[in-house]
Design a protein around this ligand. Structure first.
Ligand code: FUL
Ligand code: CA
Length: 683
């Protein structure tokens, strides 16, 4: 009899079993528009406007519409690149601080309608929006409140102008997902010819409540960004890094755009009153706008991966900027870099080991909130505990030992951000050993740690503002980041090799032959006092796979060289640090090489600081044996140094030299000559 009753009974039970009540929210909680937005995670910025043509970061406002003249503009290329790199939307600088606008606004002449582009008939916002829609990307608008062109900036008339323009932008182009209000504002500017400094009270001048209301009315689903929200906040730096502890909660009423000491608020507050999640913005190059002189400074894959893990992996969205170039295209180098990033993210998260694991929790809340929800790939289903049960743990059994190095956690933040401390442990012979730990989780938290192996792991929720409410737990084994090792040398001739990750082996050569795995492994710095070529590869010991080749052609080490000029900073031109530089008021660098050599050429690295100054465009190189009588060895120009400030190399017939003098006969900007790094060639 029992045999027949049992299945019937079980079926009846699951039918009658009512879903347990969900946990009470822990305030604040996100608004519906914020819930939709947080799924985007990754989207792009396009900085393209007058600055692209004036070669500036912040235009003064006195630029002329005629200057705006892209030769091959193709917004579809931007959208295609964004789409292929996994971005979900794009935000464009409709108006930057210089006031020029990318659409034919009825309220100003300072726009594309008076530019040669498309014979003044173009509307770049329209082209941008159409391209984004074609590629299924959301559309965002950056609008600078500060306007260095407008004569009324600082008066109330300007606020009307700003709202009129916002109305155009938010009415004529369909659905907008994010409106980006820059916090930088107030200062010197052209202001219709006044050429003066105008300070505004950043708290009150813009009457933000009324402006926000207007945006809400026109675009109810749009997220409004500023340093302080109201819907999404600045992360407080332009490196693209959120913080290990990042709360989406913010004391919003105490914060405003452009306020001093914003740093204090950047990581949010545990007891913040409003839901204002962080967005990490960063440019793929040093500048936000395109400058040909930064073509060699596009971020590398290791740098971009660091940004990914420190933004999306630390409870923030990621906004990566493309400085679209003067043609009106995303530069080839930027395209290559962003696609590399996309491919590596895909690789790191290609297999979720948790998918095959069995889960067991120390407790669960009951029907509808079981551990199965933690690896169903669905953010909206979650595991949680009975009321009051803040501490709890979830055990994963992979069924066999597996190797892994990433833990991904997602909190069901729709009910508020809660977790304050958690840890990850693995089982080793019946005892638990800690692998990693963290503080906040939020929408997404990814922990990186060294490769480790285990059959059973456990995630412990140790402290929180309420019971843990967790959507997903993922475990991954990200392949090592194989990137050519960095090769650097001190002036004394000590060479150091560095791979992108610690667990990689490095193999190198100094004799010009190609390095091979297993042959001549790097174990610490070594001496290269003379001219030699150092080549190196990084190898993943787990897979045997190698990186591309790193290579540096060194010449004589600089340790025994002495600047002749009595300026203690002159040594910065020979300190082997490409970031440091020396400015010579006399436009020359004189060095004592310590001994006579046969000189066959020299190298000049212009200064690499963000804002260039004093690049030598025309040079003269003189040599001497006694430091008194000089002889010219070479004279010429660095033709493209303004646009491409990479190391310049000059070769000539061998000439004996003990002293050398590099003269800046002309600099690109007329400023005193700067010397990033000087080197000699003897081979
Ligand atoms: C900053 C601006 O001043 C920069 O030019 C850039 O637009 C960046 C995204 O925001 O505050
Ligand atoms: Ca789930």
């Amino acid at each position: 009899m029992k045999k027949f009753v049992w299945p019937f009974f079980a079926l009846g039970l699951s039918f009658c079993q009512e879903k347990v009540a969900p946990p009470e929210p822990v305030l604040p909680v996100p608004h519906e528009r914020q819930i939709g937005w947080q799924e985007l995670e990754f989207y792009g910025f396009v900085h393209f406007n007058m600055n692209t043509f004036s070669d500036r970061e912040w235009g003064f406002g006195d630029e002329k519409p005629e200057q705006f003249n892209p030769t091959a503009l193709d917004a579809r290329q931007w959208a295609r690149v964004a789409k292929e790199s996994g971005m979900k939307g794009l935000i464009i600088t409709a108006k930057h601080h210089d006031g020029f606008v990318l659409w034919p606004s009825a309220y100003t002449e300072h726009s594309v309608k008076n530019s040669p582009w498309r014979d003044g008939k173009g509307d770049l916002i329209r082209e941008f929006v159409d391209a984004c829609r074609e590629y299924g990307l959301k559309v965002g608008i950056y609008y600078s409140p500060w306007d260095r062109n407008h004569p009324d900036y600082g008066k109330s008339e300007y606020i009307t102008y700003m709202r009129n323009q916002l109305t155009e932008l938010l009415t004529n182009y369909g659905e907008i997902y994010e409106v980006w209000f820059d916090g930088a504002n107030g200062g010197t500017g052209w202001y219709g010819g006044a050429n003066e400094e105008r300070k505004v009270d950043k708290f009150s001048y813009y009457d933000w409540p009324a402006t926000h209301e207007l945006v809400r009315k026109l675009q109810p689903n749009a997220m409004m960004f500023s340093d302080a929200g109201p819907d999404v906040r600045w992360v407080g730096n332009e490196h693209g890094f959120a913080y290990e502890t990042t709360w989406s909660n913010l004391m919003r009423d105490s914060v405003y755009a452009g306020m001093p000491d914003f740093d204090k608020w950047a990581s949010g507050q545990e007891n913040g009153t409003h839901w204002v999640p962080a967005e990490s913005d960063v440019s793929i190059r040093p500048g936000w706008y395109y400058h040909a002189y930064e073509d060699h400074k596009v971020k590398t894959l290791p740098e971009l991966m660091e940004i990914y893990y420190k933004s999306i992996g630390q409870n923030s969205s990621l906004l990566i900027n493309f400085p679209v170039d003067r043609r009106g295209l995303i530069h080839e180098k930027d395209v290559e870099a962003i696609l590399q990033l996309a491919a590596k993210i895909k690789e790191d998260f290609s297999v979720n080991l948790a998918q095959e694991a069995s889960f067991e929790a120390s407790s669960d809340r009951g029907n509808g909130y079981e551990v199965e929800n933690l690896n169903d790939g669905n953010f909206d289903t979650y595991w949680t505990t009975p009321d009051g049960q803040i501490q709890a743990s979830v055990e994963l059994d992979f069924g066999k030992p597996v190797s892994f190095n990433r833990l991904l956690l997602q909190e069901f933040v729709n009910l508020g951000q809660r977790v304050k401390a958690f840890s990850l442990e693995k089982e080793v012979n019946g005892t638990w050993e800690k692998i990693a730990e963290g503080t906040t989780i939020g929408h997404k938290r990814i922990l990186r740690f060294a490769d480790t192996e285990a059959q059973k792991i456990r995630v412990n929720f140790l402290d929180g503002k309420g019971i843990p409410v967790i959507s997903e737990i993922g475990v991954y084994s990200a392949p090592a980041l194989l990137f050519p090792p960095k090769i650097s040398r001190t002036p004394a001739g000590k060479v150091t090799l560095t791979a992108a990750e610690e667990n990689l082996d490095i193999y190198f050569t100094t004799d010009g032959s190609a390095p091979k795995p297993e042959v001549n492994r790097y174990s610490g710095e070594f001496d290269v006092p003379d001219a030699a070529t150092v080549q190196a590869i990084a190898v993943d010991p787990k897979t045997g796979k190698s990186s591309g080749l790193g290579r540096v052609d060194f010449d004589l080490a600089k340790g025994s060289w002495k600047p002749v000029q009595a300026d203690s900073n002159a040594v910065k031109s020979i300190d082997e640090n490409p970031q440091s530089y020396w400015t010579s008021s006399k436009n020359e660098l004189i060095l004592d090489l310590g001994k006579e050599i046969s000189l066959k050429g020299f190298t000049y690295l212009p200064m690499q600081a963000r804002y260039p100054s004093g690049y030598i465009a025309e040079y003269g190189l003189e040599v001497s044996l006694d430091g008194k009588s000089w002889k010219s060895a070479a004279r010429g120009e660095f033709s493209n140094i303004q646009n491409s400030p990479i190391e310049q190399t000059v070769r000539f017939d061998p000439i004996p030299a003990r002293f050398v003098k590099l003269k800046g006969l002309r600099t690109t900007d007329g400023n005193p000559s700067t010397f990033g790094e000087f080197g000699i060639l003897t081979r």
